[in-house]
Design a protein around this ligand. Structure first.
Ligand SMILES: Cc1cc2nc3c(=O)[nH]c(=O)nc-3n(C[C@H](O)[C@H](O)[C@H](O)COP(=O)(O)OP(=O)(O)OC[C@H]3O[C@@H](n4cnc5c(N)ncnc54)[C@H](O)[C@@H]3O)c2cc1C
Length: 206
């Protein structure tokens, strides 16, 4: 009887972690990653777990949702967290990484795992048989997106994201604002002190 295999489509962050966790539990995994054979509009390399934008994986504070999630992942032997810690660069309370080192760490672990086979091919249809994890992210190729759309009988597939507004510093009125580090965890700047003197201290004296 042939051994059952898990198919993971997409060798980004989610797919690499899924493949690693399954293989770690003794499951044979075939991991499909279409890059570099078929590029996406944002990725630059053929590497697994390439970060396409921010190099910050968010807060490490276990009292925040992202921090708690990371701690849970760490306790579950997460490859992403292990690679993140190995590739860490200074970023306050956040886990920020050197992209190259991060991706290399993950590739090395995946490629050296005897239970994981990596195939650089585009999967155009959701396989009909077997257990499949789709981890193709927001840049799922058109053909596979179409297959997913038809399977789920949806008119459209959506990707929701947040974006931070970018403001020209010159346009900010210093009389009614103050500078400070996010979450008040950095140093107090001179203008913060000035703002506090003007707005907080008068109330404290009454
Ligand atoms: C331009 C851009 C900027 C972003 N910026 C941020 C940010 O700053 N912070 C943030 O948290 N998130 C950001 N995101 C969201 C980001 O994509 C996710 O945070 C993260 O990459 C999701 O990981 P993932 O594993 O789901 O997808 P990905 O990391 O994208 O991995 C999916 C993989 O599947 C592969 N693939 C796709 N289709 C196929 C197929 N048919 N066959 C085989 N392989 C396939 C792709 O090549 C890719 O490697 C951004 C997304 C985009 C597009």
């Amino acid at each position: 009887m042939s051994e059952k295999k898990l198919i993971v489509i997409g060798g980004g962050l989610a797919g690499s972690e899924a493949a690693w966790q399954a293989a770690h539990r003794g499951v044979s995994v075939v991991l499909y990653e279409m890059r570099p054979v078929r590029p996406t509009p944002a990725h630059k390399t053929g590497n697994l777990a390439e970060l396409v934008c921010s190099n910050s994986l968010g807060s490490l504070d276990p009292n925040s949702a992202p921090g708690l999630l990371k701690e849970e992942m760490r306790r579950l032997g997460s490859l992403i967290i292990r690679a993140g810690e190995a590739a860490r660069v200074p970023a306050g309370a956040a886990l920020a990484v050197d992209r190259e080192i991060f991706s290399q760490q993950i590739m090395e672990a995946i490629r050296n795992h005897p239970k994981i086979t990596v195939l650089h091919e585009e999967v155009k249809e959701i396989p009909a048989d077997g257990v499949v994890i789709m981890a193709t992210g927001p840049l799922t190729s058109d053909a596979l997106g179409e297959s997913l759309r038809s399977l789920t009988r949806s008119d459209y597939l959506y990707f929701f994201d947040a974006i931070s507004p970018i403001i020209d510093a010159e346009s900010i009125n210093d009389e009614i604002t103050f500078r400070a580090s996010r979450y008040d965890k950095g140093e107090t700047t001179t203008s913060t002190a000035r703002w506090m003197r003007r707005n907080i201290m008068p109330f404290m004296m009454h």
